[in-house]
Design a protein. Sequence first.
Length: 393
Amino acid sequence: MGRGKIPSIFVSSTCYDLGQVRNDLRIFLKDLGLEPVLSEYNTFPINPNIGTIDNCIQNVETKADIFILIIGGRYGSQNDDGKSITNLEYLRAKAKGIPIYTFVSKNILSTLSIWKDNPTSDFKSVVDSPKLFEFVNSIKVNDSLWIFPFETAQEIMDTIKIQLAFLFAESLDIRTKAYSTQILESLSEYKGDILRLALEKPMAWEYRLFGEVLHSGIKMLNPLRRDVKYGIAFGQCISFSDLKNLVDYIVTKIYELRQVGVGLEILLNTAFQEAAGLPGEPGDPEHIVYVAEKIVEAYKNVLLWTVELRRLKVEDEWENLIAKVALFSENMILEIEQYCDEINNQLKQALIDIAKDDKPIMLTLKLTLTTKGSDEFTQELERLAIQYGVNMS
């Protein structure tokens, strides 16, 4: 949300059964000086070149600052994958990281446990599709979001009024901290949990900030990771017709990969320790973000290293040598990914343990990098050297 812009509140629900509730909410939000976004009104921006579902999702992405989800007895129209428009809007809001306030009919919530025990029974008197129960259960159990039960629009409005007041107070607190600490340039591009951790500095914030930046960075590289998985390598090929030149190139590439490993070791064993601070000393958020971003950069370089190898054009008899070289990065990619997952898993468990016992917890964050296929590479290289009479020394 840009500075000076009135916050937009996206109201997501089926329209026909909840039309009056939506209209009441629209009037209520406008009276508060906010901008309600509801699909049935002409103020809802429409892109005529895309369909209904895509328009709704696009408006969540571009317009919504806050998301209000209201679930009554209808699941609504579905896409080809069986997800309703409301479900898809919710998923986009969750991915965007904006505040979500969820309201579910009391009748549905009281029937949810019965449905769980008897999922094949007939609940048409409560919902139009069992998918609605699945949707609510996913929000409640999988996403662990707070759900407000409701019967009337007034209950929703009373709750929203209180929750917006809490959100306003929280925003003022964050604003005060941001101005008082003068957030550094390295943190200005972040929002949500990452910025909140850097500003509020809660329990174990140093490790949580480190883990969040790592997770965010690794996730952004998912498309490149899929290129590696499927062997996709667009771009200009690199051609070799001389075995000695190819080997010289490979030796350089292996050295580049080893340099990445050396850099990761320095980042984890030296730089992160300094950034997080010694026990009892405060960490440096800018330094922590630097270390995490550098690890993400290293991961990206390993992925690009692998993609580049697949753009090599060599003699058919040398393809096996290239395949052996490609194995060098395979373990490194997996180990960096596993390290990031392990950080978040350890942090989640540590915070649970702290809440139970209120005792300090020791975290073990260790990244071990190994290469795979070096013996096979050496054997294949020696075989080719003898076959072609090339001196590799």
